[in-house]
Ligand binder design. Structure first.
Ligand code: NDP
Length: 342
């Protein structure tokens, strides 16, 4: 059995979802309540592969909200993730993806040191960040959606916002070694880590966001921002492809400009309907078929019976492992989400 540990994007989102899911007692509660709410299994999932194989899974809502980080409720945030992991393990789930901020909190607050959660000794090999598949899918989106817009990668400048992150650095490594992208712009706040990435890649220009945006044909957004940024369409190149892989989204702006295309990043579409209701809640356009690539990673590992933390730690994702999970992704019927005709 596979599992998904997820969370909602804001307090307002959580309140509206609680109402929709039939938990009215949660719907009027503020952040304090969510800080003390226990994890819950809110969905049972059945997925059929393109090969015909069928697997079962569970969705675990951790009750974490990004506002907990913004208001420095760190203890609450870390407790949410550890409790959700213990809950998944207690329910016999073999491989569980840590969606969105779950793996970021795990790494940033070094939760590896807290193995014991009450009477459960966490077996970390039962968990995966899902970031290898996410990075692979974002790279496919760069390669395929650029073609849709007539952007030639060999002449294109690609900016990666969140370049030093787990997903961002993997995207940079893939673009560097598997494509003929002309120029890479590396964006993040910590200059030393940017310098190390640049050294590792042997290329790439380190830039502030405002400086990079007017130069980029494609911007990959994979920064761990609790709230999105506002961008002026006139500050971008035309055409420009924005691939927003953040959860919550990195981009706050809704663009109306005909030459600015925004693609939801790190999202896959399955060839068959999936029997669940959870993707409706996170506003997928086709909720029966579209899902986060990190969640799909735990499905792929279950299909392939690989019960190990395929993606773990930080900045360890190799291009070889991206290619490997990419093969399984295609085999089992997942495709990267691409631009829809306007
Ligand atoms: P990491 O914590 O590993 O990396 C985050 C990166 O963002 C770092 O480079 C960090 O560098 C940078 N960053 C953070 N804040 C800012 C800022 N204000 N401006 C510029 N750069 C910033 O995160 P992950 O790689 O694990 O995840 C990245 C995003 O992808 C998250 O939003 C996450 O929720 C989402 N995600 C999406 C998935 C999907 O399936 N679509 C799956 C998993 C994650 P620095 O701190 O130096 O600025």
């Amino acid at each position: 059995m596979f599992g998904l540990i997820g969370h909602l994007t804001s307090l307002a989102h959580a309140q509206s979802v609680a109402r929709d899911l039939g938990y009215p007692e949660y719907a009027d509660q503020g952040l304090d309540f969510w800080c003390s709410a226990p994890p819950q299994i809110v969905d049972n999932i059945t997925v059929t592969s393109a090969t015909g194989q069928t697997i079962e899974g569970r969705y675990v809502e951790s009750c974490f909200l990004p506002e907990m980080l913004a208001s420095r409720r760190i203890k609450a945030a870390t407790r949410k993730i550890l409790n959700a992991m213990a809950h998944a393990q207690k329910h016999g789930i073999n491989i569980t993806a840590l969606g969105g901020f779950s793996s970021i909190i795990f790494e940033n607050f070094n939760l590896q040191q807290f193995e014991q959660v009450r009477n459960i000794k966490l077996e970390f090999e039962r968990f995966t960040t899902g970031n290898t598949h996410t990075a692979y899918i974002i790279c496919q989106q760069v390669e395929q959606a650029s073609k849709q817009l007539g952007i030639n990668l060999s002449k294109a400048t690609v900016a990666v916002c969140g370049a030093t992150g787990d997903i961002g650095s993997a995207v940079c490594r893939w673009l560097n070694s598997r494509t003929d992208v002309a120029e890479l712009l590396l964006i993040a706040r910590d200059r030393e880590r940017l310098r190390l990435l640049q050294e590792d890649l042997g290329r790439g220009k380190i830039m502030a966001l405002e400086e990079a945006l007017p130069q980029a044909d494609i911007v990959v957004w994979v920064a761990s921002m609790p709230k999105g940024v506002e961008i002026d369409a006139n500050s971008l190149k035309h055409p420009c492809l924005l691939i927003d892989g953040g959860y919550p989204k990195n981009l706050e702006t809704q663009f109306q400009h005909p030459e600015v295309s925004v693609l939801k990043g790190g999202i896959v579409e399955h060839t068959l309907d999936i029997d669940w209701r959870i993707m409706q809640i996170v506003s997928m356009d086709v909720p029966a078929r579209q899902l986060f690539a990190c969640f799909a990673e735990s499905m792929l590992l279950e299909f392939e019976k690989i019960y190990t933390n395929f993606s773990w730690g930080r900045n360890q994702i190799s291009v070889q492992k991206m290619a490997m999970i990419g093969e399984w992704s295609i085999k089992h019927g997942f495709q990267p989400l691409l631009l829809q005709p306007r």
